[in-house]
Design a protein around this ligand. Sequence first.
Ligand SMILES: Cc1cc2nc3c(=O)[nH]c(=O)nc-3n(C[C@H](O)[C@H](O)[C@H](O)COP(=O)(O)OP(=O)(O)OC[C@H]3O[C@@H](n4cnc5c(N)ncnc54)[C@H](O)[C@@H]3O)c2cc1C
Length: 482
Amino acid sequence: MNTFNFCESNCRDSLKVAIVGGGVSGLSSAYFLLREAKTRGVRIEPTIFEARSDLGGVVKTVRHGGLVLDMGPECFVSTKPAVGEIARELHFDSRIITQAERRTFIAEASALREVPEGLLSMNPNIPALLMSRLFSSRAKVRLAAEPLIRRGNNSGDESVADFVSRRFGIEFLERLAEPLIGGLYGADPSMLSAKASMPHLVGLEIAHGSVFVGMAKDRCRQLIEHDRQRTLAKSNAGTMSTFDGGMGVLVDELKASLGTRVRIINSQVVFLCRYGGANKWLIGSRDRKKEWFDAIMIALPGPAAAPLLFSVDESLSCALSSIKYSSPAVVSMVFEQAALAEPLKGSGFLVPKSIRRSVRACTFSSNKFRREMTREHVVLRASCNVADAKSSDEEIKLAAVDELRDYLKILEEPIFSIVARHENAIPQFAPGYENLLALIERRKAALPGFALVGNAFGGMGVSDCVMRARLESERLLEQIEF
Ligand SMILES: Cc1cc2nc3c(=O)[nH]c(=O)nc-3n(C[C@H](O)[C@H](O)[C@H](O)COP(=O)(O)OP(=O)(O)OC[C@H]3O[C@@H](n4cnc5c(N)ncnc54)[C@H](O)[C@@H]3O)c2cc1C
């Protein structure tokens, strides 16, 4: 067993910071800690503890014969600046590619219906909306009446289902919002908090009394504030981006930039304790080593963080364990072009829960992001709800191909396919989440030398995780600087 020499650690002239979890949150925390420490002239020694043998967490890109298959996230929101900022600083921004194809479809029992242009960004093209076969005439009238719907009582925390049906009508909820949210979060809109899951839309209602009016005013303001041409060019550019080599590029570049400045320990952390008197943290990992640190950053999903923090702060631990997560599986498939009877249109489709399929969303990856090498092949990616955790990978794969076959006129089997399961990976922001988050933030702030990053705290997307890592790294160094 390791014995700790307290004096030795106390007398160091650099801060030892442990980062528990080596996903994109943990890696970007290490990056920002080093960057911030350099700016402040502070010496730090970060150590990342990662339970698995590789870094990146759910971000994983498999390369098969020159094709790029993202097994976790496939893109990031480029209008949120954090990922682009890292890419520029580390000089790999030239590898960013934006979404080439935006048309999205919704599955019906045996056909795909196109989502009217602009509707996903709440900026509908009116003729396209009127022509759409996705909604009934009644639903279109109801949608058009949104500016006339009275502002809700925003004192409580409405569910996404209640907010969307109140503002846009029940058919809009069932035909578009539910499949979108089911596909993105693997969640049921009646179980999600509107304030936490769609803060922008809730904010528009509060500020303007209507989401559509708020959107229109925002756009007018942009046009007035910026040069018209530039704004239009920008709005035509895709807001979803990725890298030429897939999202794994972000992980590879972060790892390379950290180099030897960060110690990586591939071992699961099994306990934590805080020695309050000296503001020190003791970490024990599965490889039976124990080590003291001056500060700690937890970069884990709630259910993984909760047991570690039980002896440090029981309330914080309980709050973290109460966050529910979904556990999607992703099936990536490669087909010969000729295996599909018709060329694919659009970027993919979403599947409403009502038609009871295991596939909840399918991205036409080779259309959505056109990479040069994908001309002879079609790459598809199905996000599945695996109701029965005992299903084997083979069963998940077969079910996915089977469900896609009729929609996409698939004539032959994929030449390659691979499954990734992500247990407890996507947080579900249930009604009341704001209060829970406020409690977590309060408890966190009361622990010196402690930071909390990850997808449950500042948005679940990759860009949100990176931004949270930056803010928490800066706060931590400010707090413990000596
Ligand atoms: C299938 C899927 C698709 C997604 N698609 C998108 C998308 O297209 N765009 C987007 O912006 N976002 C997307 N997301 C969300 C985004 O990818 C995640 O929110 C983000 O990557 C989470 O990163 P993280 O580092 O916080 O957590 P994780 O990636 O979960 O990393 C946590 C790490 O901690 C490690 N760990 C756990 N317990 C311990 C322990 N006790 N000791 C040491 N290590 C431990 C784990 O092994 C893991 O590596 C998607 C997520 C999933 C699952």
